[in-house]
Structures are given as C-alpha cells and as structure tokens.
Design a protein around this ligand. Sequence first.
Ligand code: SF4
Length: 477
Amino acid sequence: MQQINEECGIFGIRTVPAKPLAHTVAAGLTALQHRGQEAAGIAINKDRTIRYHKGLGLVHEVFSAERLNDLGEGNIAVGHVRYSTSGANTVSNAQPMVVKHIKGQLAVCHNGNLTNSYELRSRLELEGCIFHTTSDTEVISYLITRKRLVASSIEDAVRLAMQDIRGAFSLILMSPAKLIACRDRFGIRPLCYGETASGDVVFASESCALDAVGAKLIRELDPGEMMVADEDGVRSIPCFPERKKDALCVFEYIYFARPDSIIRGCSVHEARRRSGAYLAADHPVDADVVIGVPDSGLDAALGFSGESGIPYGIGLIKNKYIGRTFIAPTQDTRDSMVRLKLGVVSSAVKDKRVVLIDDSIVRGTTSSYIVSLIREAGAREVHLRISSPPFLHPCYYGTDVDSAGSLIACGHSVEDVARITGADSLAFLSVERALSLCPGYSPDSYCAACFNGSYPDLIPTVANKDRFDDITPGQIP
Ligand code: SF4
C-alpha cells in the first residue's frame, strides 16, 4: 500500500549506576517502531567501551532476549529504528553508527535528512575521508570527529559540526562519558527529554517512548539546542543564538507521530480529532456514517463525527499481522494487497452514505481501492475527506514524500482526484487549518513545505534523494 514513511526513531538513556540497559532501549525503540521498520540497533557503553548490535528488521526480529542479555550492563545507551529515505537499506547503513577516533568512541543516532550532505561528503572526500556507507549519518560522524581534533570537548565538537550541516536532524550521541541530544536550528524533527523516578535521563523522538520506559516527559528540546547528560548532571547549550524561526514538521501531527505522544504540549490524538472537526466544519456533507482508514484516519474520523453529529462507525479493519516478509506486490497486484491489509465491516456501510476519512492521498491508487472496497460492500455514496492538505512538493527533510511527478494532486484538480479515486465528493484540510492543529503556536512555526512549497532551510542542490548511490566510487562531483 502506498504510504508516506518517516525516516527514523531515536532513543538514548543515561543511568547511575550501570544496569542491563539493552532491554530498556529495546522497549523505547519498540514504542518508536512506527517511525522505521527496516533496521534497528542498540549500542551500550560500559566503562567507556561501546558494544553494539544492529540488523535489518523490526526491533523484536533483530534483538532476541539472548542478544539483549549479551549486550550486558552499561550506564549510557542509545538506539535507533530506521526507514531508509537516504542511502540503501543495508546493515552498514543501520544505526547507531559507532566510530573510533583519536579521543575514543562515538555512537551516533540520527533522524532527518541533511540537505547539504552531498557537498559535505565531497569536501570530506577531497580531504581524504573514505566513506563506508551511503548514509548522512556517516557524514555527521566524520564532521564531529574532525571537529573534535580542535574542540576542547565532545559537545563543542558537536556544536561546531551543527554549524556546518543543513536540513533536518535530531541527533542522540554517546561518547565514552556523555549522552548528548540535539536538534537542528529549525527543530524540523521532534526530540524530547524525560526522566525516570530514579533519575535516569532519557531522550527520545517522541514522548510515547518515554512512557514505554517509565520516564516522565520534562520538555522538548528547543530548535538548535543541545542537551548533555554526564556525571555533572544535565545541561543545555543553545547552538544557534541568532536563530529566527521554528519549523516543526506539521505532518508529525497528521500522520507520523503516535497518537499517544505529546508534541509542543499538544496531544497528537487531539490534534487529529481537531483536523476531523475542521474538515466537518469546512466541507460538510449529508451522510449516515463516518469511518476512518486505520490507523491515523481513525482519530480524525472521531473529530468529524463529533463536529457533524454523523455517527462514527468501525468500517475498516486493519490486519496487523502482515509482516515485512510479505512479498511486496507488483503494480498489478496492489488491489489484492489492499484487500489483504484492510477488511470492510459490511454492516457498517451497506446501504449507507459513507464519509471516509484518510490522512493523505499520495498517488491516489490506494484511495481508489479503498473507495471501491466500500462500494462493493454496499455503500450508496462514498465521500472522501482527507485530514491533510494536498501534497504538491517533495520533502527533503527525512520523509519519503516523493517528487512532484508522482503526487496525484500535482496537475490534477480536486474534482479530477475525486473522479480518479471514484469518490462522490472529495475535500482536503486547508493549509491554514493544518497549521492550527496545535493551539497556542503560530502558523509560522511549522514546516509545511510539502503542502505550500515554503522550505524553511536549504534544499539539496542535487535533487536525487538517494544521490550517493549514483556516485561511481572515486568520482568527484
Ligand atoms: S516537507 Fe512536509 S513532510 Fe517534510 S518536514 Fe516539511 S511538513 Fe514534514
């Protein structure tokens, strides 16, 4: 099924005294599994030595109980789940990326895409660096270790490296003695800080991972902020004092984040309900039942129902047991893939006028299959309401919102898309509404570039998102 994917989830913990931390990190990563399902990795620091394991697959596939036990005790640990939007899906590109340098070891976990990594990588190669992977994270690791040669501390090296890199990055790093977390100058990807009752310091992409390990959300890191946890406690270092703008990815609220996470003090579930209520107010329709496409369409469907007074129904059931091992269908067999993944509750839609809520339309193929499934089950009318604005531009900041050519809303009117999907009517959330899903924050404080084309930071000069895969070894672009 066509869907938009987030690149990664990251997690880090520092505890005193040392504990068998691998199980804790695995719990945090499992809570972040929705952010990446292709690879997982954990690195543990015991007595200034870093041990790690990573592999392709879901967290529970990569880490058996024995494997977690083998990682042993530690007082700092980091972990990562990956979906590859930049670089191939290989074990060498999995994270944490653990490097050795003259001052010790470093384990790096990264969420986001750099937009100048082509230039940085070329520069580093000209200076003699030899890359072993195609991921942005190796570029970041090289930058930090090189800055460390002149910086007085690892956090100063990270701060200097942050000045050089552009685009989206939330990072969690582990040095022999420190756990470090930082966000890019615009705060495009989320990152939060929490503590357990026993004083363990935890950083994670989303607060649902703090909940999973019994930590309390203290706050989110500010855009451009670095936080360091070491034997002196926790301290904050602002890295871009001149910073002018926040640009959190608004699609975190609509689709990427888990509904039980809190971002900017706002429940993701409530933000999604609000999107449905806005749709009902702005694009009302006479209907008998509101149903949502699982999972992220469900919260918006509740909101639509509450605002419109049209009863909420469970009309689509998602099969949660289709693993990655299911062979991806060819274009010809997408229909059967949708049938396998989604079942229709006929009694909820038969002879009814149905409002169908989904979070987005990418190519339109999945939406048309779902509309036809509901019609086959006997619905009289299907009115499609989308809880995001139309995708009109690619994303360069760590998701796989694709090039304009493959986005159905580019070059098609809303009426055209309704006709292609087979819906009786179609409406999208407006950009203005999307930017007001979280009360108390200015519309200017988000990235909504895939909807409005307004990119908060540089976009790549080389448009191919998997650009490094295209470089012949030794070629200097
Ligand atoms: S371009 Fe879209 S998906 Fe990418 S960071 Fe901005 S809002 Fe999020």
